[in-house]
Design a protein around this ligand. Structure first.
Ligand code: RUQ
Ligand code: CUA
Ligand code: CA
Length: 612
């Protein structure tokens, strides 16, 4: 403790002397560095404070929207970058009582009774290699679904089920000319169709799926022997690419590690489109399935990469796909413009690998700064490694002793066991090299101890300089899996403050009760501080549908509709309509009330349902 304090004072002294105004600077350090310093590092004692300010002061807005996949929470989150403040949670595959997602008729229709999920990879819709800001897509590894979020309302608007696969993993959106296709992978090989449990693992298949981004329907699938892990698309609208770690078709860990190499797989979109047009597919469970297996298809190629590779990321200049080796301490750099010649038989698959630099133990994912540098997350070492792509390519020709890992520019320790890593705008042509987020799987000793089950740790890194500079730690609810970080202007122009009331045919303009046999429809306007009715009389056993429209147009003025002892609870945002259907099975007097503090008379905003 005393040592830390001494270091801290020394730090202030050095920084203060350098700036000449010790009071001002020390104040600055106290506020800015408070979150970042555990014990101060040696480096921190001798360098001046970070110029690049991550602090977003009251009244200021973040420069970036971060969209986080929430892992096994099943949701997507919006994090402000660089403040790292969690601004919103968007329920997707989960049940969310605060918003009523999973409780209303509208959300139930999308979720079809499955209220949990595992969101892994969130990617945006593109126009010419840059986000157009319209949609986000995210996969559910648990129940094999893809959801679309529209960014005007920041709400899930479609979910499509994907048959014939399990362990839906990597997902990516078409980058050029614009997003018409979304691809996703089946990570677990299974019998296809899954009707014969005694089928041998050697006969299981992996499947690559294409989804129509507008219609949210399946375009086709490609049948493979390999499993498929992460996915990427190129910047030319030509290919989707995936990593495979189980070319062995193993069912145990040791079997999946049997081979010294696995594959990066490439799918040729023009050839797939032609095969679809020519009717060269089988229909399995209602989906067109193309043949992609080795030796039986010209739609796919296999590039051998070591070993059980994981992430695949394309550099912002569109030139390179980088496969992180996971079990191999290397990344493989693939030159994308050479891929066509492999499809044409002019090059061997391995000829497209132009470098295989050493990175560290357990490289998982790579991101970019738009200045020719790559940043790879290294799980076992718990580091972010900054390396220069061109240097790695140049070094490839040198003998091992001359390379001396000179492609590596800096290594930052992160805490601990980093999974995904993402820099601002890094998955676009406009990667801007400002900030990087390290999503770490372990947070022990980083925050107050909150018992055995701890949150995760995400760290913010300034990448504007040559060195990586850790500036901020945040605890994150389980489990921040992957993210994209999008410039504010791209999203801002789409986001709305209120719904278009009449987009929803159910919108209530006049409150009232309508009866058809045993079915009762209760239409309610909500207008601070009253609902449109003060009481509704029901008979036990009636099937009641309550439809609520919020008529307040003031931004942020939400109302809740909660029905005591009936397990019903949701909110309606300005001009939004939601509905819920239930059986009035409990006689008595039940108060329905507004749950969302909306008015000085919010507590009085309630009405009775009288069930006789
Ligand atoms: S993939 S770090 Cu969904 Cu890396 Cu998990
Ligand atoms: Cu309406 Cu509280
Ligand atoms: Ca393997």
């Amino acid at each position: 403790m005393s040592l830390d304090r001494r270091k801290f004072l020394k730090y202030l002294g050095v920084a203060g002397a350098a700036a000449g105004t010790s009071m001002l600077v020390s104040e600055g350090i106290k506020t800015k560095e408070k979150g970042a310093i555990g014990p101060l590092t040696a480096e921190a004692q001798t360098t001046t404070p970070q110029k690049h300010d991550y602090e977003v002061k009251p009244g200021e807005l973040d420069a970036y929207y971060g969209f986080w996949s929430g892992g096994h929470s099943g949701e997507v989150r919006i994090i402000g970058v660089p403040s790292m403040r969690e601004i919103k949670r968007i329920p997707v595959f989960n049940m969310d009582v605060a918003t009523g997602w999973g409780i209303t008729n509208e959300s139930k229709a999308l979720l079809k009774g499955r209220f949990c999920g595992d969101t892994h990879h969130v990617h945006g819709s593109y126009n010419n290699g840059v986000y157009d800001g319209k949609y986000l897509f995210v996969n559910d590894k648990l129940n094999n679904r893809v959801a679309r979020i529209r960014t005007d309302y920041m709400e899930t608007d479609k979910i499509v089920d994907v048959p014939n696969i399990q362990g839906m993993h990597g997902l990516f959106t078409q980058r050029y000319p614009k997003t018409e296709w979304v691809v996703c992978n089946g990570e677990f090989q299974v019998p296809v169709p899954n009707t014969n449990p005694s089928q041998k693992p050697a006969d299981y298949n992996g499947i690559h799926t294409v989804i129509d981004a507008e219609k949210m329907e399946i375009v086709c699938q490609v049948l493979m022997d390999e499993n498929m892990d992460l996915a990427a698309t190129d910047y030319g609208g030509r290919y989707s690419m995936t990593t495979s770690y189980n070319i062995e078709k193993g069912v145990t860990v040791s079997e999946m590690l049997g081979s010294d190499y696995d594959y990066m797989l490439v799918f040729h979109w023009d050839r797939m489109k032609k095969a679809l047009k020519d009717g060269k597919y089988k229909v399995i469970n209602g989906v067109k399935v193309l043949e992609g297996r080795e030796g039986k298809s010209d739609l796919t190629i296999r590039i051998p990469v070591p070993k059980n590779p994981h992430g695949i990321n394309v550099s912002p200049d569109g030139k390179y796909a980088i496969c992180s080796g996971k079990v191999s301490p290397t990344c493989s750099v693939i030159e994308i413009d050479k891929i066509e010649d492999v499809f044409n038989g002019k090059l061997k698959p391995k000829d497209v690998i132009i470098a295989q630099p050493f990175i560290g133990l357990g490289p998982l994912h790579t991101t970019f700064d738009g200045k020719g540098n790559a940043y790879t997350s290294v799980f076992i070492d718990s580091t972010n490694v900054k390396w220069n792509i061109q240097k790695a390519i140049d070094n490839e020709k040198l003998p091992e002793e001359k390379k001396k890992n000179s492609h590596i520019i800096d290594v930052l320790d992160v805490n601990y066991q980093v999974g995904h890593i993402m820099a601002t705008m890094a998955e676009t042509k406009e990667a801007d090299g400002q900030w990087l987020v390290s999503l770490n799987k372990f947070s022990k000793d980083r925050f107050l101890n909150v018992g055995p089950l701890k949150n995760e740790c995400e760290q913010l890194v300034d990448i504007t300089g040559e060195k990586l500079k850790l500036v901020h730690d945040s605890a994150a609810y389980l489990e921040p899996h992957d993210c994209i970080i999008v410039r504010r202007d791209i999203i801002e122009k789409h986001v709305k403050d209120r719904y278009n009331m009449f987009d929803n045919p159910l919108a209530v303009t006049k409150s009232g009760v309508e009866r058809k046999g045993k079915k009762v429809t209760v239409r309610l306007t909500a207008n601070a501080p009253v609902f449109g009715l003060t009481e509704v009389n029901l008979k036990k056993g009636e099937e009641v549908t309550v439809i609520v429209t919020n008529h307040d147009e003031i931004s942020d003025l939400d109302h809740g509709f909660a029905l005591s002892n009936y397990n019903i609870n949701f909110v309606v945002a300005p001009f939004q309509t939601k509905s819920v259907t239930f059986i009035a099975d409990k006689p008595g007097v039940y108060w329905a009330y507004c749950t969302n503090f909306c008015h000085a008379l919010h507590l009085e905003m309630r009405m009775r349902l009288i069930v006789t």
